[in-house]
Write a protein that binds this ligand. Structure first.
Ligand code: SDX
Length: 431
């Protein structure tokens, strides 16, 4: 933390306190309130943590006003264009772009951890076939705690490393098998001669009855989607992983908690909700009706894939995703995809509407991703599992950073209590 001689002065209950101010390498200064309750006997109040930094980090930085997203300083649009997902995983985990030999070693390590313990298949069979794949992923990832005992001791750096590799490597197999179980098709094992994205596509779409050739257009598009979703500062699911990990829980249980949080439609579940919304709108002539509903305070409807807690300009990931959607559908020869047409017209009309302009609502990462995933052949129920697959490296990187932080302590927020003050028990006959 870059300590500065700056301080903030707070006067409360007639007393004045000087609070340290820390300056980051990028972004707003922070007021250090760690001693506030001890010194002044007051809490701060910030439901949803809109103005609260929960930690310091060196992994990802978002400038919401400029629409910038940096991973270890590298802009997401450059990484999406020039890098690939496993290299971005290395960057997030270790802080620097790898030299060729280190990248090769890392990719080989990940490749060799892609198989699941054979007995883990039986967890899948306990679910109904129509179980949502996210329900299966939460269960199976949590169950990894029951299989990989040699990588659950978080005090051992080697075990933390092995757990990190296992989670990143096995998530595509876990997600693909959730899809296969849903379809009633047999599980497909990973192959060591395929790259990460191609392996995932093959495990999802190949069947034993015939050879499966990975379409390079789709594997490149999938790899880019994984890169775009990899990490995003202290979002809800990452904060869930950090809070769960602060109690010393094992990494598999903590990542399962992150998957559960990501599932919500306000977070990673928005990509599924967005495509369902585009389906419901159906045609461009119905867009004004839905924009009116999104603006109506009495209507709970919101434009899914729009808005963001941090981005108050555009989401740089949405820009890359929109370009990729055009490319993929064009290369696949999918002309005039009605959902893409509705999405583009919805974006155009919403961005021209004063309501969205004044509330600074723009398409986010979830607005276009579903269109690409649907064109690849995925059902909407697989959109959030793919987000979870990608975000695993972000959760794991943030988890490693937190565990290694000497300031790490159990997270335990306080509250503004508005309930009853102490009162005596009343026997039932006297109530
Ligand atoms: C992700 O945090 C991350 O980094 C998340 C993520 C990541 O990579 O981890 O980027 C991934 O979760 C992206 C967001 C996906 N969610 C959606 O697309 C769901 C639709 N979006 C909204 O639910 C909402 O915009 C949030 C949850 C994303 C952000 O909500 P905030 O920051 O808490 O904003 P808010 O709910 O306080 O809304 C501010 C105003 C409100 O109006 P007022 O009460 O001030 O009059 O904007 C309105 C809201 O009603 N508003 C919307 C809207 N989003 C906000 N109105 C219509 N449609 C929307 N989508």
């Amino acid at each position: 933390m870059t300590d500065s001689n700056k301080t903030a002065t707070l006067t409360v209950h007639g007393e004045t306190y000087e609070l340290p101010v820390h300056s980051p390498t990028a972004g707003p200064d922070v007021i250090d309130i760690r001693k506030l309750y001890g010194d002044a006997g007051v809490f701060t109040y910030d439901p949803g943590f809109t103005s609260t930094a929960s930690c310091d980090s060196t992994i990802t930085y978002i400038d919401g006003e400029k629409g910038e997203l940096l991973h270890r300083g590298y802009p997401i649009d450059q990484l999406a264009e020039k890098s690939h997902f496993l290299e971005v995983c290395y960057l997030l985990l270790y802080g620097e772009l790898p030299v060729a030999k280190d990248l090769e070693t890392f990719e080989t390590t990940i490749t060799r951890h892609t198989m699941l313990h054979e007995q883990m298949q039986y967890f899948y069979r306990g679910f109904r076939r129509d179980a949502h794949p996210m329900a299966i992923m939460v269960g199976v990832v949590g169950a990894m705690s029951a299989f990989y005992h040699d990588s659950t001791d978080i005090t051992d750096p080697h075990q933390r490393e092995v757990a990190s590799h296992r989670l990143i490597a096995k998530m595509p197999t876990i997600a693909a098998w959730a899809y296969k179980y849903h379809t009633g098709q047999p599980f497909v094992y990973p192959r060591n001669d395929l790259d990460y994205a191609s392996n995932f596509l093959r495990m999802c779409f190949s069947v034993p009855a015939e050879e499966y050739e990975v379409n390079p257009i789709l594997s490149r598009a999938m790899d880019r989607i994984l890169t775009l979703h990899a990490d995003h500062e202290q979002n809800a699911s990452t904060s869930t992983v950090r809070l769960a990990s602060s109690s010393g829980a094992n990494p598999f249980a903590c990542i399962a908690a992150g998957i559960a949080c990501l599932w919500g439609p306000a977070h990673g579940g928005a990509n599924q909700a967005c495509l369902e919304m585009l389906e419901e709108i159906g045609s461009v002539d119905r867009i004004p009706e839905y924009i009116a509903r999104a603006k109506d305070k009495n209507d709970p409807f919101r434009l899914m894939g729009f808005g963001h807690r941090v981005y108050k300009n555009f989401d740089p990931r949405a820009k890359v995703m929109k370009q990729s959607a055009d490319e993929v559908l064009d290369l696949l020869g999918i002309e005039n995809n009605p959902k893409l047409q509705v999405a583009k017209e919805l974006e155009r009309e919403a961005l021209e509407d004063p309501y969205f302009a004044e509330k600074k609502l723009f398409p986010n990462v979830d607005f276009y991703s579903g269109i690409i995933l649907e064109a690849m052949g995925f059902p909407t129920s697989m959109f959030t599992p793919i987000f979870a697959l990608s975000r695993t490296v972000g959760w794991v990187s943030q988890w490693k950073e937190m565990i290694a932080d000497p300031q790490n302590k159990i997270g335990r927020p306080r509250q503004l209590y508005l309930g009853e003050t102490m009162r005596d028990y009343v026997d039932i006959e006297n109530r």
